[in-house]
Ligand binder design. Structure first.
Ligand code: G3H
Length: 217
């Protein structure tokens, strides 16, 4: 059966500082996750690339001839264009595709701020977001509703593909997770997508089976 795999990027420098948005690199812990991710996947999910070694010259005189190594990939990785997802996927031995549509929810004027700073500088916005987190649109940025709309082409492609691993962002993965589990919009912005965890979803006729693999990093 077809499965879809989600992981957030490893812990970023902004995660450590409690800042939202931005395009910061991975922290030390985040790099550890990136290093450990290939084994987490092959150990739990299997399906490593199949390797075929073909002699460059197939004559008995060339028994030690160089080999061509063909990798037959059965999985693809999609990331956003932001470096924390690209760095997290770096060691995965699968073909990679970057999608602008997978970039994190745009926090507009609040990009790069901590929640405390937002509450202090934009108290009404902070409250409005708390009242209706799904529909609240950051000044100069996006709402969760906006993100759901921009993810439509990604979801359409995801429905046509097999064995995709998305290395993404919290708000983005909340939207994709809610789509596959058919969760209501009001709950969507509160779904917990932990760091350093691979979520495997297997769509069924009704609903989705789910497994999680976590690295204690
Ligand atoms: O930086 C954005 C976060 O991943 C989303 O968190 O929508 O709960 O503020 P939030």
């Amino acid at each position: 059966p077809r499965s879809i795999f989600f992981s957030r990027h490893g812990e970023s420098q902004f995660n450590v500082e409690g800042k939202i948005g931005g395009d910061s690199p991975l922290s030390e812990r985040g790099m550890q996750y990136a290093n450990a991710l290939p084994a987490l996947i092959t150990d739990n999910i299997g399906d490593a690339p199949l390797t075929v070694r073909v002699p460059l010259l197939s004559s008995p005189l060339h028994r030690n001839s160089e080999m061509i190594v063909l990798y037959l990939f059965t999985r693809k990785v999609w990331t956003s264009t932001l470096q924390r997802t690209i760095q997290t996927a770096h060691y995965l031995p699968y073909p990679k595709l970057t999608w602008k549509s997978l970039d994190e929810l745009d926090a507009g004027v609040c990009d790069g701020m901590t929640y405390d700073e937002i509450e202090e500088k934009y108290p009404e916005d902070f409250e409005a977001r708390d009242d209706d987190k799904f529909n609240y649109r950051y000044r100069g940025g996006e709402s969760y509703r906006d993100v759901v709309v921009r993810l439509e082409p990604v979801i359409m492609e995801l429905e046509r593909q097999e064995n995709i691993l998305i290395v993404g962002h919290q708000a983005i993965l909340r939207c994709l997770y809610a789509y596959f589990h058919d969760l209501p919009p009001a709950d969507l912005p509160y779904i917990k997508i932990p760091l350093h965890t691979v979520i495997k979803l297997t769509p069924k006729a009704y609903g989705c089976d789910e497994e999680r693999y976590t690295l204690p990093i």
